[in-house]
Structure formats: C-alpha cells, structure tokens
Design a protein around this ligand. Structure first.
Ligand code: SAM
Length: 288
C-alpha cells in the first residue's frame, strides 16, 4: 500500500478550516509532507495486522499515513480538543479503523488501550515537552517484554542521541541511554530538518526505533532507576562518592558486590555494570 494517499482534503486546508494554529505550549509542530509522513509510517510497518497507538495526532497527517499504509487500527490520543473535529473526519473516512481518545497521554493507560491486540506498536511525532517523560514511562512498563513490539518515535536530535548513546559518546550517555538500551535495541533511523514542520522548530529532529529485548539483563527497573539517578546526578564525581546518596554505608558495599571500580565515574559504566549495581542494591536492601 506504500505511497498511497487518501482523498481527504489536504492537511493545510484542514488546519485552516478548523483554525488549528500551532500552540507552542502543546509542542505543536505539524507535518504536512506526505512523503515524510509515509516514510515514518512505513518505519512502523509492515502494518497489515498491526494496532498502532499514536500520541498527539494533531490535524492527522501521520494518522492518515498510518491508515493508508495499512494499519489495521490506529488509537490516537490527542490533548488539544480543537483537533478532534478534524480527526473525526478521518475516522469517518476509515470506518472502524481510527479510535480517538481525547486527553493527556501522560495519564493514559496505553497497555489497557492496546488490550490483547498483537502485533501492537507506538508511532508518534511526539510533543517535545513531554517526549522523554512518555518514553520513560513506556520503557519502565511491567511486565516485560511489553505489549508493544516496536516504538517509532520522533524526538529532537539531541534527545535521540541521548537515547542511543553508549559510554563512547560521553556527553550524551546518561540515565536515558542506560534505561532504553537495557530494555531495547535502539537506533536512529533518519533525521528530519526543521523546514519539514509547520511551524519549524529551532533544531533538527530524528526518528528513533526502539525494539524491546526479549530478555534484558536481570534487574529491577526501579532499582536501576535509583542507581543511575545517584550516579549521573553527580556525573563528575567518582562512584564511591556519588552513590553515597543511596545510603552512606551502602556505596562501597554495593560497588564491591557488583565488581565495579569505585573510582570510576558514571559515564564509564556500561549497562552490564549498572545492572550489576542495581542487583547489588536490591540484595543489600533485602539483607537483614
Ligand atoms: N502528529 C502530528 C503531526 O505529525 O503533524 C502532530 C505532532 S505535534 C509535534 C504533537 C501533538 O501532540 C500535538 O497535536 C499536541 O496537541 C499533542 N499533545 C501535546 N501534549 C500532549 C499530551 N500530553 N497528550 C496527548 N497529546 C499531546
């Protein structure tokens, strides 16, 4: 179905007809280029049997691409009520294939929305102000492997680099990279220039793919989050110092149990190291 368009009115006409001038407070940077929305949608394919959850459909450019590319069903969560009439027009055009949820995606139980439908994935041009909060929520979800088999998401390039970073990319490597790469294989698919958006943002964007690992290294997400928070919270300090915020007596014992050099800094520790630290923290907290 690649490259197909629908016979709905052009997006610019829809935006004008429904008065959808972009609001900065809602992170609204719309995509009108069908080649680009098609390319993003195809990155989430093949979609013939897939349920796609989309956050922030706005006037519906990517939504339409997902539907023309063959998504079995799209569930779209949009916070801006002004967009709902435009989205209803799309829903009428694709009977039974577009469900619109009016509300805040941060408060949505997306696993419940997806239900038992498989394959299921998330594809979105995310509102930048809540993009990492949403991603973190999805990556920390339990149980794992999760209900989605892929995340195809647009971020600011700088955030995309922080998602895929390894210790070799020192400046970008941090909590987000540890969390994402612990549970997923991550990669940047392609960049999107500011001029592709209306209005254009100040920076380049990137589409990122995250594929859940079936068996991530054993450790609890909550403990990994605590350890990385302590370690990267004071990233210039040695771990024997920065991990003291976990409990003054714990730092040395946890580092020894995990076999991690106490004089190393957070940005030198790979995911195996952080997973070992999280396990050691869990065992220490269980100890009588
Ligand atoms: N998908 C459209 C496109 O590609 O042209 C719009 C993308 S725009 C970057 C982000 C969209 O997310 C906007 O429509 C905005 O209203 C919506 N949005 C912002 N915060 C949201 C939230 N917390 N929950 C759901 N939607 C939100």
């Amino acid at each position: 179905m690649s490259g197909e368009t629908d016979d709905l009115p052009p997006l610019r006409e829809i935006v004008a007809a429904f008065g959808l001038d972009a609001k900065k407070s809602l992170g609204q940077n719309f995509l009108f280029d069908l080649n680009l929305t098609g390319r993003i949608a195809r990155a989430a394919g093949p979609q013939d049997a897939a349920l796609i959850l989309e956050v922030g459909p706005g006037p519906g450019g990517l939504t339409r691409a997902l539907l023309t590319e063959g998504a079995r069903k799209v569930i779209a969560i949009e916070r801006d009520e002004r967009c709902l009439p435009a989205l209803r027009q799309i829903a009428d055009h694709y009977p039974g294939r577009l469900e619109i949820i009016a509300g805040d995606a941060l408060g949505a139980d997306v696993a419940a929305l997806a239900g038992d439908a498989r394959p299921a994935r998330i594809c979105a041009n995310l509102p930048y102000n809540v993009a990492t909060a949403l991603l973190t929520r999805w990556i920390e979800s339990e149980p794992w492997p999760p209900w989605f088999d892929r995340l195809i998401l647009m971020f600011q390039r700088e955030v995309a680099e922080r998602i895929v970073a390894t210790p070799a990319q020192r400046a970008a490597y941090g909590r987000l990279a540890v969390l994402c790469n612990w549970r997923c294989e991550t990669r940047i698919l392609f960049d999107v220039s500011p001029s592709a958006f209306t209005p254009p943002p100040k920076v380049t964007s990137s589409v990122v793919e995250l594929r859940p690992r079936a068996a991530p290294l054993a450790c609890e997400a909550r403990l990994l989050s605590l350890v990385t928070q302590a370690a990267f919270g004071q990233r210039r300090k040695m771990l024997r110092q920065s991990l003291k915020s976990l409990g003054a007596d714990d730092a040395a014992a946890i580092l020894a149990a995990a076999g991690v050099d106490p004089t190393a800094r957070a940005e030198e520790i790979d995911i195996e190291g952080f997973a070992a630290l999280a396990r050691a923290l869990g065992e220490r907290r269980l100890a009588p």
